[in-house]
Design a protein around this ligand. Structure first.
Ligand SMILES: Cc1cc2nc3c(=O)[nH]c(=O)nc-3n(C[C@H](O)[C@H](O)[C@H](O)COP(=O)(O)OP(=O)(O)OC[C@H]3O[C@@H](n4cnc5c(N)ncnc54)[C@H](O)[C@@H]3O)c2cc1C
Length: 469
């Protein structure tokens, strides 16, 4: 079993980041690049233990984000930075584009307003289309649509390799990542003394990126929470890779006040997703799926793209959005306490993470004050898991194929297990390699994976299965 490290007692870190979701990983990278000595404190056995493990993987343009909002600014800043760094980090960008489809005249009328909002938000490529024009872009679309809005710059990414790449770059610059380490409390007397399940951590500055526990962590740090997390569940079905022939574009409904609505969306891995729902719940941990809801999602997908009929479902899952009482992100700067909260990053955090990290660095002010010496970005080359580019099984010397559904090689699994941040649990191994995520959902390869990862995971395979994960 891997022994997760304990905090060094002799050091005061420049910045402690609480939570290693996509936001915490991006923040760790940004501050490490700026020259800060960073520690990341994550209570899960692996990074991406919260909201970031289950999303739709769309890199948003912000065309429909609230005007003049911080969310809009940071989604666009995050997207810009992702486009700048993705090639050098070997992170995929699937240039799907999106069509917002109207089914009724009322919805078609709303498209004009959405197009105007897109233009006002600086997304100049949005274009209103007739049904015929939309079907020329996406021939698989139902003949029943009335009109559409084309947003060619909405893209799809790999939602797991990106944050892993961010935090790996931070680690290459000396950041320390502690997993199975829960923040329990903290006090500030000019410097922070953080009480964690692995001992005390001293830091000059704290950034709360605890997602679904953002309000709890603020309370642990002695702040009166200024928001309350209201988890919003999103259920998905994942259709077999055969579905990818039916659809190349993200299909969005006309959104309502609460949600962007159920999307039919290609993934970087060659599947089609249908989801998410938007269901408020109290529970911050359990995200269950319900048969009738999933059946409804399949029906919805087939209504939009009739060619999806009879395509088998490969997997189902649900994620929890760290929503709060308000739509806007809850970014709270407390300069007198040397702390920032990046809270309520509900449904666009994958897109905005790099932007949130830039924003946090600006609020911190250390770079501007010359507190840190900026570092040269070390090269990080992430393993490619996307179907749009060559995979490891296509290259020589891969050892053998361990997961035949997703064509995952022995070499890929060994590389993940021996990497600078190896998986902490079986979910982490799946997210790093896609092993066990295909048609058989690990029926054929789990035993091999358990054998290969024996002694490597803090939470071994058998325990994960007991928990239903
Ligand atoms: C269904 C769904 C669909 C989505 N689709 C998209 C999309 O297409 N595009 C997009 O841009 N965004 C999307 N999102 C939003 C995106 O996934 C979230 O905004 C993002 O994951 C939030 O990341 P986070 O780092 O703030 O939180 P989290 O991922 O929840 O990370 C917080 C981390 O903090 C840790 N933590 C909590 N408490 C403590 C503690 N006391 N001590 C130590 N660690 C702690 C947790 O274990 C967790 O790992 C979607 C979300 C959902 C749920």
């Amino acid at each position: 079993m891997i022994t997760q490290r304990c905090p060094p007692q002799s050091e005061t870190f420049d910045v402690a980041v609480i939570g290693a979701g996509v936001v915490g990983c991006a923040v760790a990278r940004r501050f490490a690049l700026a020259g800060a000595r960073v520690i990341v404190i994550e209570k899960g056995a692996d990074i991406l233990s919260g909201a970031s493990k289950a999303n739709s993987a769309i890199l948003h343009t912000g065309f429909d984000a609230p005007k003049n909002s911080l969310e809009l600014e940071l989604v666009q800043a995050g997207r810009r930075e992702y486009l700048e760094i993705c090639a050098s980090m070997n992170l995929p960008l699937v240039e799907t584009g999106a069509l917002v489809c109207a089914w009724t005249k009322d919805e078609a009328a709303k498209l004009e307003g959405i197009a105007e909002q897109g233009l006002a938000n600086g997304v100049s490529t949005v274009r209103l289309l007739t049904a015929l024009e939309a079907r020329a872009i996406e021939p698989g679309l139902s003949e029943s649509i009335v009109a559409a809005l084309h947003v060619p710059d909405e893209h799809v990414v790999d939602p797991w390799s990106a944050p892993l790449g961010y935090v790996s770059q931070a680690m290459a610059l000396g950041a320390l990542v502690l997993r199975q380490c829960e923040l329990l409390g903290g006090s500030f007397d000019g410097e922070w003394r953080l009480d964690t399940s692995k001992g005390d951590v001293r830091a000059k500055f704290v950034i709360n990126a605890a997602g679904l526990y953002g309000d709890h962590v603020d309370a642990c740090l002695g702040f009166t929470p200024e928001f309350q997390i209201k988890p919003r569940k999103g259920q998905f079905v994942v259709l077999d890779k055969a579905a990818s022939r039916q659809l190349k574009t993200i299909i969005l409904p006309v959104p309502n006040e609460i949600t962007k609505g159920v999307v039919v969306c290609p993934t970087a891995f060659g599947n089609i997703l249908v989801g998410p729902t938007a269901e408020e719940q109290e529970d911050r941990v359990r995200a269950t799926v319900e048969h009738d809801t999933l059946a409804g999602l399949v029906t919805h997908g087939v209504k939009l793209v009739p060619g999806l009929a009879n395509i088998p479902v490969t997997a189902v899952y649900a994620g929890l959005r760290p929503a709060s009482e308000k739509k806007e992100y809850r970014v709270i700067d407390r300069p007198e306490s040397r702390a920032i909260t990046l809270g309520g990053i509900r449904s666009t955090g994958l897109s905005a993470a790099l932007g949130l990290a830039q924003h946090a660095l600006k609020l911190h002010g250390g770079s501007a004050r010359g507190e840190f010496v900026e570092k040269v970005a070390p090269t990080i080359h992430m393993p490619n898991l996307a179907e749009t580019r060559a995979r490891d099984w296509q290259a020589e010397g891969h050892g053998e194929i361990i997961c035949h559904c997703e064509m995952v090689t022995r070499r890929e699994i060994e590389a993940a297990l021996n990497s600078a941040l190896p998986p902490g649990d079986f979910g982490g191994l799946r997210r790093r390699t896609r092993a066990g995520m295909g048609r058989c959902q690990g029926f054929y390869c789990n035993a091999r994976l358990a054998e290969m990862s024996k002694g490597c995971l803090a939470t071994p395979l058998a325990v994960d299965q007991e928990n239903g994960r």
